[in-house]
Design a protein around this ligand. Structure first.
Ligand SMILES: [Zn+2]
Ligand SMILES: [Zn+2]
Length: 365
């Protein structure tokens, strides 16, 4: 017994004086090392970043339920030579990696609201852009709540950055600049549905945040990107509202969420008959804080939007069934709306009125 106690004490003493497995790196050493050059751009990405157009790439078009072909909410906007990400839903980094989007070109992230299907991959964006060669902290723009969000992901991923620095060296990892930086808006978006704010001006790019109606989720915003006379609006999660329509006015592209109330209604009944009251309750709760495909088309018509892009499909597994878009064809011409998929690319060349569609990943079923 006595011998056993001594062994335990010795082991404890050893544990107390043993150095941590990964010692914190000295910042001065990290700064002296030249960064390794950025990876060459793929042919498609050389075109995407040629500085001649405002572009939209969908990197996540699903909603919370699992869909093997789609990541959760994510839209990439390329303005000139920089990329901006609106929402970082789960699996969305993976889609950008499949398209070979260069992480070091991502100059900012914009969060629409704090539901998990819009934020889950934020840590992955922190890590992957760092490894890709990012040399400044990554701004994460958002309304009240973004400071907590960023602090949490920074804390969770801090040790990962240290481990990668220890393994790959300061030529790959710029530890001092690896964190996300919260950029909280000045204005409070509290549910008045009349607020908007210019939150970023970077060269020719102007980004405006506007309040949307995802009630009772407050704050919740959408974003508008204006660059050299071309414009893209991303709705976030929202029901129809006058503020949404006003901020989408005249946009070349509106990327909107949508929920098919007919299909969600059927799912609710099925869940109820199967005795799954919990999911049936959720299905009953969600229609009034999302927009239907038909109402999104009416919003786009009223706002004079040129191309309406459906994303964040609810339920996404049924998005290619005709009932999902019931009524849309009657109010909007077929060449003015598209059912988005992960990898859809839209180009808006400066100095033109052109809207070109192509794909970086094959269209999913
Ligand atoms: Zn939401
Ligand atoms: Zn959502």
């Amino acid at each position: 017994m006595k011998r056993f106690s001594m062994m335990v004490l010795t082991a404890l003493a050893t544990a107390c004086v043993a150095p941590p497995a990964v010692a914190p790196p000295a910042a001065s050493v990290a700064q002296q090392v030249e960064p390794l050059p950025l990876a060459p751009l793929s042919p498609a990405m050389s075109e995407v970043f040629d500085g001649k157009a405002l572009r939209v790439i969908l990197c996540g078009t699903s909603s919370p339920l699992p869909d093997p072909n789609r990541a959760k909410a994510c839209t990439l906007v390329v303005a000139g030579e920089k990329a901006y990400v609106i929402d970082t839903g789960p699996e969305s980094w993976e889609q950008l990696a499949r398209m070979q989007v260069p992480g070091a070109r991502i100059a900012g992230i914009f969060i629409t609201h704090f539901h998990s299907d819009h934020i889950g991959d934020l840590g992955e964006f922190r890590m992957q852009t760092m490894v890709a060669g990012r040399r400044q902290m990554l701004p994460v723009h958002g309304p009240r709540g973004v400071t907590n969000l960023v602090a949490g992901f920074n804390l969770a991923y801090e040790e990962d950055a240290r481990l990668r620095l220890a393994h790959h060296g300061a030529g790959v990892v710029d530890l001092a600049n690896s964190p996300l930086r919260a950029a909280e808006f000045g204005k409070a978006f509290i549910g008045n549905l009349d607020a908007e704010e210019v939150i970023l001006q970077d060269g020719d790019l102007v980004v405006t945040a506007f309040e949307v109606d995802h009630d009772p989720i407050r704050p919740a915003v959408g974003y508008r990107f204006d660059w050299k006379g071309r414009s893209v609006v991303v709705s976030g999660d929202t029901a129809a509202s006058a503020n949404f329509t006003a901020n989408a006015r005249g946009a070349d592209v509106l990327v909107t969420e949508s929920l098919a109330p007919n299909l969600i209604g059927m799912a609710q009944q099925q869940m109820k008959s199967a005795g799954n009251e919990r999911v049936a309750k959720i299905m009953a709760d969600i229609p009034d804080y999302h927009i239907s495909p038909l109402d999104a088309a009416k919003t786009a018509n009223e706002a004079g939007v040129k191309l309406l892009v459906y994303s964040h499909h609810i339920p996404s597994a049924q998005v290619n069934l005709p009932p999902f878009f019931a009524g849309v064809a009657a109010v909007r011409p077929a060449d003015q709306w598209v059912i988005g998929w992960d990898g859809l690319r839209i180009d808006l060349p400066a100095g033109t009125a052109e809207i070109r569609q192509s794909e970086l990943l094959p269209r999913s079923n």
